[in-house]
Design a protein around this ligand. Structure first.
Ligand SMILES: [Zn+2]
Length: 444
């Protein structure tokens, strides 16, 4: 099927171009015509600033159920984790599907066209496999289809509570007992048009060192993305040093986990040598600034990582909010607070993290740009909302990154299909209600 879109303003990677016609066939861009002052006959008109679709490179869909409730009281990442585990205990394939469908619909409304789901709630409580051992992963893949977005299911190996410690009661359902059993289960998962399969190591706490290479090899054989939570907490670094005499990054390097298809998530508390190992190996960095600030993690050295060669991507992780524009500006604004200087990233660089580099981190190298051959995934930001009105269109990227929010997303197109039109989801009729019902079903 062929279709032409007329973009009132288009972000072409380096600048905003007014009046661009984009031809598509079977969900891919076939031609990009600049100087299209008026819409060609029959074209779908996208008013505002159209970007390539946004990639949410790090998600735990079920954390959406925690929003608000985890803001009562004080504590740390570790006390927050207890509340998170209580919700994980209550998930079933059906309730997980309902919640993920609603959360992914919220993502579509926020202009997100692809999500990286870091998925570790594999089995029934206590660790008994479901009749289909991938029932939970399949629920997530189906949820993404129902919400109209792409998914990379980053099936996560999670075997231990800490170095040399068996999984606790909550973690039993995360564990396949060995990395080999994890690999066997994951090998059954099938890719689909909207779904790719990748791997994840939950953290160096959760996968014994002598099993890290099994996960890395599985990803290597499939040329699949491999993600890992890395040095989000100082306690993880301390425990790793006590047991292995090195940092988590050094341990990953030693066991062949780092490389251009690998993404470290958070990369918060790193030594200078860690930064060189990550950057020098081409390992990516997924920053999740709204979660990192919510959980009082600290501010990761994203500038230094990028300078050493680590491509940056962005994720909403715990879904304290789902807003990739906020993630993008938060990365820059955190750095401003720390350094007391401005302009560490241009709006173009921040958009690159939110689009092309985010997609690449999820194994969708053919998405994230408005050019022939790319997937026809678009996000259109209103330039006439109360937040964005008055900006010069040629500064549309700066306006989108530094002033717009998810509420300004007017259209989301995935593979040439309008998933969000004029701010309304076309597949999930009432997203707030779907969220409320799905969250309510998980309350104790
Ligand atoms: Zn995470």
């Amino acid at each position: 099927m062929t279709r032409t879109y007329w973009l009132e303003h288009a972000w072409l990677g380096t600048h905003v171009e007014p009046g661009v016609a984009v031809d598509t066939k079977d969900g891919r861009i076939t031609a990009v015509h600049q100087d299209a002052d008026t819409p060609p006959p029959g074209a779908e008109i996208l008013r505002g600033l159209t970007l390539p679709g946004l990639a949410n490179a790090h998600s735990h869909a079920f954390h959406r159920a925690l929003r608000g409730t985890v803001q009562v009281g004080s504590g740390t990442f570790w006390t927050w984790r207890e509340i998170m585990y209580a919700t994980a205990d209550r998930l079933t394939p059906d309730t997980y599907h309902a919640l993920a469908r609603a959360a992914y619909a919220e993502m579509a409304l926020a202009g997100i066209t692809a999500v990286g789901e870091f998925h570790y709630v594999h089995h029934a409580p206590g660790g008994t496999p479901y009749a289909d051992p991938n029932a939970m992963g399949e629920a997530l893949i189906a949820a993404a289809a129902d919400a109209g977005i792409r998914i990379t299911l980053l099936d996560t190996c999670y075997l231990s509570a800490g170095f040399g410690q068996p999984p606790n009661t909550h973690q039993l359902r995360f564990s396949d007992r060995t990395a080999e059993a994890w690999a066997e289960r994951c090998s059954v998962l099938k890719e689909r048009d909207h779904a790719r399969i990748g791997a994840a190591i939950h953290s160096v706490r959760a996968v014994p060192a002598d099993q890290l290479a099994t996960v890395a090899q599985w990803a290597e054989e499939r040329r699949a993305p491999l993600h890992v939570h890395l040095s989000e907490q100082i306690a993880e670094n301390d425990a790793c040093r006590d047991v292995h005499g090195c940092t988590p990054t050094q341990l990953l390097a030693l066991h062949g986990v780092l490389g251009p298809r690998t993404t470290g998530v958070h990369n918060t508390h790193l030594t200078a040598e860690d930064i060189s190992l990550i950057g020098g190996s081409g390992t990516g960095t997924c920053m999740c600034p709204t979660t990192e600030r919510d959980l009082a993690d600290g501010i990761g050295p994203a500038v230094a990582l990028q300078n050493e060669g680590s491509p940056l991507s962005l994720g909403s992780d715990s879904h304290a909010v789902i807003d990739l524009l906020e993630e993008a500006r938060a990365m820059e604004l955190n750095e401003r607070l720390r350094s007391r200087t401005r302009g560490h990233w241009t709006a173009a660089a921040l958009l690159r993290a939110a689009t092309a580099d985010g997609h690449a981190a999820l194994g969708w190298a053919d998405a994230g740009s408005l050019e022939p051959g790319a997937l026809a995934d678009f996000t259109t930001i209103a330039l006439d909302s109360v937040r964005t009105a008055g900006a010069l269109p040629r500064l549309g990227a700066e306006t989108a990154v530094f002033a717009a929010t998810a509420a300004d997303v007017r259209h989301t197109v995935v593979g040439g299909r309008h998933v969000v039109r004029d701010g309304a989801h076309t597949l999930v009729p009432d997203v707030p209600q779907a969220l409320a019902q799905a969250v309510d079903a998980l309350r104790a």
